[in-house]
Design a protein around this ligand. Structure first.
Ligand code: HEC
Ligand code: HEC
Length: 367
């Protein structure tokens, strides 16, 4: 009987342990899946020990934390109001917020449509829970205190002017010539004829996956633009309208600009994070979104220069000297060019960039 109870207890203990282990594993795999979901957030948010604010605040230790409490981040009014009402983030409020941020807190700066999928939300919340603000602070304190102070501070050697070798190059004899590597790190421009393109290529279908994960939250699933983020596709035949929709397809003259721009500046907040082949794939997909190539199109360094954008011919090369008005005017006037007082003859009314003032009408007298 004794032994039986003991065995039973042991058994129960064992079941309990393995249940525990199973739920820990489940939580780990949720967090693992959430990491993939977080790719959609990473353009705006950072997590981890080196996290900094991007377009959105850092999210370390977000669960359980009061809303709008990341130091040094300028939240929207609605976030600030929620903070003064004492709102805090729990698994539940995070879930409600992430389902439709702009509906949950209308006026939020988080221009992100939300995660409709319940398990995607649960996973990303689990992933965020792995970044604990307290632990991170504690760890960094430990690291700091481990750095031993040098017993005697070394004095910086005094350099006398007479011992400094004066550079002989250049006009000012200052600095040194830039290293080849330093120049090449900046020298990433791509010209319309393809000069500057890296070797490689990418499929539009691969670009679609990267786009959905890293671009669609701002630029829309079809390039139609979420909220006020830029539109990347369509707008054909609108260039002569009052408000033309200038997209890659309708307006941009050269494909090289797309490659160069995306590689240099996107995704917004996480620039230079894409590989060269990712950029090829995305450029191919942006062509597809503009109905300029088929879904299975592959863009490579070899076929790049052969792709023409529809509006290229409406751009003229402007060598200025040969430009007709310049030629007829001869030397430009630089002093006393207008007889009498200068007058305002036009206002940027359509763009509405001229600020309104009380005596607007009277002042301008042109409407
Ligand atoms: C387009 C950029 C953008 C994307 C994408 C985005 N966020 Fe945000 N997020 C923001 C901004 C901006 C704020 C600050 C909101 C405000 O002040 O109105 C914010 C706020 C938050 C907050 C509240 C932070 C706090 O300190 O109270 C959480 C939580 C959050 N985002 C989670 C996410 C998650 C998870 C994702 C991905 C599923 C995501 N965000 C995607 C821009 C973004
Ligand atoms: C957090 C929001 C955000 C994300 C995510 C994002 N972008 Fe952008 N994108 C912008 C903003 C803002 C601009 C305009 C920047 C400017 O004008 O200075 C822009 C501009 C662009 C433009 C130029 C549009 C034009 O007509 O001027 C292209 C092309 C582009 N993005 C592609 C991408 C691609 C590809 C990705 C994914 C790898 C991406 N973007 C991810 C916000 C975003």
């Amino acid at each position: 009987m004794q032994t039986n109870t003991a065995t039973l207890n042991l058994l129960l203990l064992f079941v309990g342990l393995s249940l525990n282990a199973a739920s820990v594993n489940a939580e780990e795999s949720k967090a693992e899946k959430g990491k993939a979901v977080f790719a959609q957030c990473a353009g705006c948010h950072m997590v981890g020990p080196d996290a900094e604010h991007r377009f959105g605040p850092t999210l370390n230790g977000i669960t359980g934390k009061p809303i709008a409490s990341a130091e040094g981040y300028d939240y929207s009014e609605v976030f600030k109001t929620a903070a003064s009402d004492g709102m805090a983030w729990s698994v539940e409020t995070l879930d409600d917020f992430l389902k439709a941020p702009m509906e949950y807190l209308p006026g939020t700066k988080m221009a992100y449509p939300g995660l409709a999928d319940e398990s995607a939300r649960a996973n990303v919340i689990s992933y965020l829970a792995t970044f604990d603000a307290e632990v991170l602070i504690a760890e960094s304190k430990v690291e700091e205190s481990n750095v031993a102070e040098p017993a005697v501070k070394e004095k910086a050697p005094v350099i006398l002017a007479k011992d400094v070798e004066v550079p002989t190059h250049g006009v000012l004899h200052l600095g040194r010539a830039a290293h080849v590597e330093e120049i090449s790190a900046w020298d990433i421009d791509i010209r319309p004829d393809g000069t500057g393109l890296p070797e490689g290529g990418g499929l539009a279908t691969d670009g679609a996956e990267i786009y959905d994960a890293q671009c669609a939250s701002c630029h829309g699933v079809f390039g139609e633009g979420e909220g006020r983020w830029p539109i990347l596709a369509g707008g054909f035949d609108t260039l002569t309208d009052d408000r033309p929709e200038k997209t890659i397809g309708s307006y941009w003259p050269y494909l090289s600009t797309v490659y160069d721009y995306v590689r240099r500046a996107m995704p917004f907040g996480n620039a230079r994070s894409l590989s060269d082949d990712d950029v090829y794939a995305l450029t191919a997909y942006l062509l597809y979104l503009n109905d300029l190539v088929d879904e299975d199109f592959e863009l490579t360094s070899a076929n790049f220069a052969s792709i023409k954008l529809p509006n290229e011919d409406n751009f003229i090369s402007d060598s200025r000297i040969e430009e007709p008005t310049f030629v007829s005017e001869g030397e430009p006037c630089m002093t006393d060019c207008i007889a009498g007082l200068a007058q305002v003859v036009q206002r940027a009314r359509v763009l509405d960039v001229t600020p309104d003032t009380e005596d607007d009408e009277a002042g301008a007298g042109l409407d």
